[in-house]
Design a protein around this ligand. Structure first.
Ligand code: FES
Length: 249
């Protein structure tokens, strides 16, 4: 087992004026994840340490935190990959979001912005008796966006979302793309109306932290760029979709 110092940002609003870093001596093996170490600290050193986690399999997205300046799902990260040469690593809560306690942030703005894109499917009036018939190419175009687990890593890494609270954010725009690009969805106009502005698709400055910090390797910037092209040729795109929907059933 190796030794390291894990510095964790602590903040208890009941007693602390501001956040501070607290060092913990920890030991780890080659397969120990950062979450394993947090659990170890909570169990053996300080039961008041507060963080979110659930699935432990990089699926629920609840354990997203900032590790040495990059957002990560700590349940999927071997700590050995992150200990710096000086034998330390630093864990902070996701940036740009209000801290509730220690590593737990308030995600209200993240979810509010997500709801603006009406992320549910709006199906055609003519629903088939069996399944919709969608081509493999159409499915392939959606697959990337479908992998998003809504962990908040991209939203919290985005400087525009951080500094401009009205900006809808890369997570919501990626999910919007998922709906707009789905041939069985009829909500193109409603959805594009919501984001054809500076708080939506034109707010992105194509900074790439959202791509760099996405734990699933997704590319919200590309989705936003595709949405811009769709918006630019909106009438043509809507007409094409109407035609396509007649072949779905
Ligand atoms: Fe669910 Fe890490 S605990 S993604």
């Amino acid at each position: 087992m190796k030794q390291a110092i894990l510095e964790i940002q602590r903040f208890n609003p009941d007693v602390d004026q501001k956040p501070y870093l607290q060092p913990f001596q920890i030991s780890y093996g080659p397969d120990t994840t950062i979450l394993d170490v947090l659990e170890q600290i909570k169990l053996e050193q300080d039961g008041t340490l507060t963080y979110r986690r659930s699935c432990r399999h990089a699926i629920c997205g609840s354990c997203a935190m900032n590790v040495n300046g990059r957002n990560q799902l700590v349940c999927s990260q071997p700590i050995a990959n992150h200990v710096r040469r000086n034998g330390r690593l630093t864990i902070r809560p996701l940036p740009f979001l209000p801290v509730i306690k220690d590593l737990v942030v308030d995600r209200t703005r993240f979810w509010d912005q997500y709801l603006r894109v009406k992320p549910w499917l709006m199906p055609p009036a003519d629903v088939p008796e069996k399944e919709y018939r969608v081509t493999p190419e159409e499915v392939a175009a959606l697959q990337e966006a479908e992998k998003c687990i809504m962990c908040g890593a991209c939203f919290s890494a985005c400087p525009i979302a951080g500094l401009t609270p009205a900006y809808i954010g890369p997570h919501a725009l990626l999910k919007l793309y998922l709906r707009v690009a789905a041939p069985r969805d009829v909500g193109i106009s409603i959805r594009l109306d919501e984001v054809e502005n500076q708080d939506g698709i034109y707010g992105c400055r194509t900074a790439t932290p959202c791509i760099e910090d996405c734990p699933k390797g997704l590319n919200p910037t590309q989705a936003i760029s595709t949405l811009r092209q769709m918006a630019l040729k909106r009438q043509k795109f809507e007409e094409k979709r109407r035609q396509r929907q007649t072949q779905l059933v």
